[in-house]
Design a protein around this ligand. Structure first.
Ligand code: SF4
Ligand code: SF4
Ligand code: SF4
Length: 251
């Protein structure tokens, strides 16, 4: 899919589905892209060599934001305990039909060794080129100029749901009470602004799956993980050109 085609996508209406259905939808949505578990793995080496080309990682010294908030997800550690979801719901007052983060699941074919169930946490990728921001007619969704978080100004939202259709990650839902779209903002108002250094999901995860941090902090765990030369790091749906700030890896 070309980046420009995102604007022509129709609203898939997943906000009306019960959570289990939504989960299946998301699973399907990711599966058909062929990127899950090896379809389109982007190695760090290729990201480095791309140097501002196709690589999702901004070149050293060229980060547009400081801090440049990002998350690494150590996917193989996820045990689907959903504590991250619970913490998110409680912290950010997410209604029962909504979600800011969820866990996709898939059976991985191991050939002769049978099959393995694997889980993949997903959330807003706080894209460097966010299609949701491009299509919003009211600037209700915007990229924070300081930290790069893709934010919602709910007062400006007219509920047209164009951003929901444009998001390649199905990371948004419509909040019926507020009559506005809602999504993950890395707990900016509920935690970061109050001095916390981790998102609620990262703090609640008992398996060390979610590592949140500042990609411009060269001493951080996040930076070390994303730049570890021996690691394969990948992003979801790189073909959309959204340039996500959520990176996946296995231990
Ligand atoms: S993941 Fe979706 S909602 Fe988040 S910034 Fe990217 S396009 Fe926007
Ligand atoms: S639903 Fe709200 S945030 Fe989304 S595109 Fe429409 S006005 Fe913008
Ligand atoms: S809390 Fe951690 S291990 Fe549990 S579902 Fe969430 S990411 Fe996976």
């Amino acid at each position: 899919m070309e980046f420009s085609e995102l604007e022509n996508l129709e609203n898939e209406g997943i906000e009306t589905l019960p959570s289990e259905e939504r989960r299946k939808f998301l699973r399907f949505g990711m599966a058909v892209t062929g990127v899950f578990l090896g379809g389109s793995v982007l190695s760090l080496t290729s990201a480095r060599n791309a140097r501002g080309g196709l690589g999702p990682i901004p070149e050293a010294g060229k980060f547009p934001y400081k801090p440049h908030y990002s998350m690494v997800i150590k996917q193989n550690r996820c045990i689907d305990c959903e504590r991250c979801k619970e913490a998110c719901v409680k912290t950010n007052k997410v209604p029962s039909y909504g979600y800011r983060t969820t866990i996709l699941e898939l059976e991985k074919d191991l050939g002769n060794k049978g099959k393995e169930r694997v889980f993949m946490p997903v959330l807003c990728n706080h894209c460097n080129r966010p299609p949701c921001v491009r299509v919003c007619p009211t600037t209700a969704t915007y990229k924070d100029k300081k930290n790069g978080i893709v934010m919602m100004d709910k007062k400006r939202c007219i509920g047209c749901k164009t951003c929901m259709a444009a998001c390649p990650y199905n990371a948004r839902y419509f909040d019926e009470e507020v009559r506005a779209v809602d999504k993950c903002n890395f707990c900016f108002d509920t935690r970061l602004e109050k001095g916390e250094t981790k998102t609620a999901c990262a703090a609640a995860c008992p398996a060390g799956v979610r590592i949140f941090g500042d990609l411009t902090d060269y001493d951080s765990e996040l930076y070390a993980l994303v730049h570890a030369p021996e690691k394969v790091v990948w992003v979801l749906r790189p073909e959309t050109g959204a340039m996500p700030n959520v990176f996946y890896m296995n231990d």
